[in-house]
Design a protein around this ligand. Structure first.
Ligand SMILES: [Zn+2]
Length: 214
């Protein structure tokens, strides 16, 4: 059983996804990372993606789906996949769901639910290490980085207005996708307002019986 993970920025989606990956020994598909990896490869698709990224263009849906198909064809037999950050909008959603069906992948979508207000609060209060770029939540009290001792700063793009624009994009582009999975009876709701540990525990309680089905 594959998991398509959704969550507004600040919901801890990436963190939770990686915890699930480790715990259940799953494959992990994150669009940005796959694109960067592909761009470094000496293949026709790799060269095409490299050109698009270097030009600063958005990678067309058709190519994103080629990358998904490529990933699906290489994943080990019986191994489940976590999809992080895809499908991002309705243009991707239909082809993505069809691709999974065509490849006989069973899946559930999970939404890590967090209010816009809470997301905004988390995002504006978090800080980043000026040296190693490690990100620290508002709950971290010290002025210096735990890993390298660097000074913690507020990210320059973390001003309220630009964050609001990014959060709005989630509501206009991704919420319709989530609703689509709900209408297919494939959506699991998880409350993401707790600590990383609490959300992780909640997720595993709900996903364990589902992931065991295969
Ligand atoms: Zn650091």
């Amino acid at each position: 059983m594959d998991i398509i993970l959704f969550g507004i920025q600040g919901s801890g989606k990436g963190t939770q996804g990686k915890l699930l990956k480790e715990y259940y020994n799953m494959s992990y598909f994150e669009t940005g990372a796959q694109l960067r990896k592909l761009a470094s490869e000496d293949s026709d698709l790799g060269h095409e993606v490299k050109k698009i990224i270097e030009a600063g263009h958005l990678v067309p849906n058709e190519i994103v789906m080629k990358i998904v198909q490529n990933f699906l064809s290489k994943v080990s037999e019986g191994k489940s996949i976590i999809f992080d950050g895809i499908p991002r909008n309705m243009i991707q959603a239909e082809t993505f769901a069809k691709l999974l069906d065509d490849n006989n992948r069973k899946y559930k979508a999970v939404i890590l639910e967090l209010s816009k207000e809470e997301a905004l609060k988390r995002l504006t209060q978090r800080r980043v290490c000026s040296k190693c770029k490690e990100v620290y939540p508002a709950s971290y009290q010290k002025e210096t980085c735990e890993k390298c001792g660097g000074k913690l700063i507020t990210r320059t793009d973390d001003n309220t207005e630009s964050i609001k624009v990014r959060l709005d994009a989630f509501f206009t582009e991704t919420i319709p996708v989530i609703n689509m999975f709900e209408s297919k009876n494939k959506l699991i709701h998880i409350n993401a307002s707790g600590t990383i540990k609490e959300v992780d525990k909640n997720l595993k309680e709900i996903l364990s019986p589902i992931l065991k089905q295969q």
